[in-house]
Design a protein around this ligand. Structure first.
Ligand code: NOJ
Length: 450
């Protein structure tokens, strides 16, 4: 067990932002209520049979009806920031066209309630739940995507821009383009380069365009976008393994941030990047792919160890699992490696154009046991302690980290894992919707109070 007195919230300074995160598709539920249209996750859960135990996001944590109590929990745990996402299909049930006033009202209520409690509402515009109506027209792979996204962002900033100053344009574009449009593990379940290449480019364009729209309409906006990232470590020092690691680094770390910094797509002799560039005629868009973000969000859950593998087309690399390397893992099988968390912060901080970094998600799934109304999730506490220690080291070493948001407030719908993988600081009984603060939640409260 790690010494809990080692560090405390105040070590990070008064201006450091501490937050918790939820996402619409994972928490809200009320999928068919309040005039909301279906999203790709409702359809995927209904049709594709790829979600564990056939779980569906229809009710989830019922945040739609319970947001007041849930915001009280955020406050009680001592966080200052409440990061949540807007469901596009609650605002525009058809993706474009008519605005759903009931949906707009719901987010006004969440924002007002947050502000009244003294919480900073931190809004993610897109956390993976595209309206189904747009997917029928090709979704992120469609040439119309930018037009649709522009309209949606305009509606949101016009409605909420007076109250909300902190914005995250996209959540993990590599996540939703690769899992959703390349390997089909996530909604909408599409596969292949003909979907992936345009989806990536449209997401790159959307993140910059979203930033510009917010800047133009919201006074004093603080604008960012969030990237998934992993330190990439070659298995050996051989030239082949190192080249394989460079390719995976491009895919998992550099692909979305570099165009946003005005660097264009990374290349480094990686044939996939040539395909991406040519497919999208990207030379025409270098300037439009760029935006001067106030901060970037980074979300790191594990490092990736890579070796050369000639059998894998194009990428010619495979990862060597943490289990095979006998490293400590969470119950997701993800390696627990706080040093690697430090290293990836350093990697992103080394870009000249990155002004500030917020850890916009960080957390772990461990199997919890509810015994006599108590969840003693010591492993999650240990996890947070180790990662926060690494983060403090980053801060003390002058890396520009300005905030840390825990993933996640409460157990929720973990995409293709359904309700099995629980990352929450608060346990949810999905039969009764009863919330129970876990030991990790209590630990956070004490950590932040000191
Ligand atoms: C990243 C995603 O943004 C979030 O939705 C997901 O639940 C967590 N990682 C954990 O997998």
């Amino acid at each position: 067990m790690i010494n809990s007195t080692a560090i405390k919230g105040s070590d990070f300074g008064d201006d450091f932002l501490w937050g918790v995160v939820i996402a619409a598709a994972q928490n809200e539920g009320a999928a068919k209520m309040g005039g909301r249209g279906p999203s790709i996750w409702d359809e995927f859960a209904r049709k594709n049979g790829k979600i564990k135990s056939g779980h569906k996001p229809t009710v989830a944590c019922d945040f739609y009806h319970r947001y007041k109590d849930d915001l009280l929990l955020v406050k009680a745990l001592g966080f200052r920031v409440f990061r949540f996402s807007i469901s596009w299909s609650r605002i525009l049930p058809e993706g474009t066209g008519k605005v759903n006033t009931e949906g707009v009202l719901f987010y006004h209520q969440v924002i007002d309630e947050s502000l009244q409690l003294g919480l900073i509402p931190f809004v993610t515009l897109y956390h993976w739940d595209l309206p189904s109506a747009l997917e029928k027209e090709g979704g992120w792979a469609s040439t119309h995507m930018l037009k649709w996204f522009t309209r949606y962002v305009q509606v949101c900033v016009k409605e909420f821009g007076d109250k909300v100053k902190h914005w995250i344009v996209l959540n993990e574009p590599m996540g939703f383009t690769s899992l959703g449009y390349m390997i089909g593990k996530h909604a909408p379940g599409k596969i292949g380069l003909s979907n992936f290449l345009p989806a990536v480019h449209n997401a790159v364009m959307a993140q910059a365009e979203g930033g510009r729209i917010i800047r133009a309409h919201v006074a004093h906006a603080v604008i960012g976008t969030s990237f998934s990232c992993s330190e990439i470590i070659p298995l050996t020092e051989s030239d082949k393994d190192r080249a394989a690691a460079r390719r995976i680094d491009i895919l998992l770390n550099r692909l979305f941030i570099e165009p946003s910094l005005g660097l264009g797509y990374p290349s480094d002799d990686f044939i996939l990047m040539d395909k991406l560039y040519l497919h999208n005629k990207a030379w025409k868009f270098k300037e439009r792919m760029q935006f001067d973000f106030d901060f970037i969000g980074i979300q790191n859950y594990f490092p990736v160890v890579v070796k050369h593998n000639a059998m894998i087309p194009i990428i010619q690399a495979t990862d060597v699992s943490a289990k095979r390397r006998k490293q400590p893992v969470t119950d997701m099988g993800w390696e627990i490696n706080p040093n690697s968390f430090y290293n990836i912060i350093e990697q992103f901080a080394s870009y000249k154009g990155v002004k500030k970094i917020i850890i916009s998600e960080s957390g772990a799934y461990f199997k919890d046991k509810l015994i006599a109304g108590v969840i003693n999730d010591q492993r999650r506490i240990d996890y947070y302690q180790q990662f926060l220690q690494a983060l403090l080291r980053a801060r003390n070493n002058q890396l520009p980290v300005g905030g840390y948001f825990a993933w996640t407030l409460m157990d929720n719908f973990e995409w293709s894992e359904g309700y099995h993988a629980k990352f929450g600081l608060v346990h949810v009984d999905f039969a009764t919707q009863l919330r129970t603060v876990k030991a990790s939640g209590h630990w956070f409260r004490q950590f932040l109070a000191q």
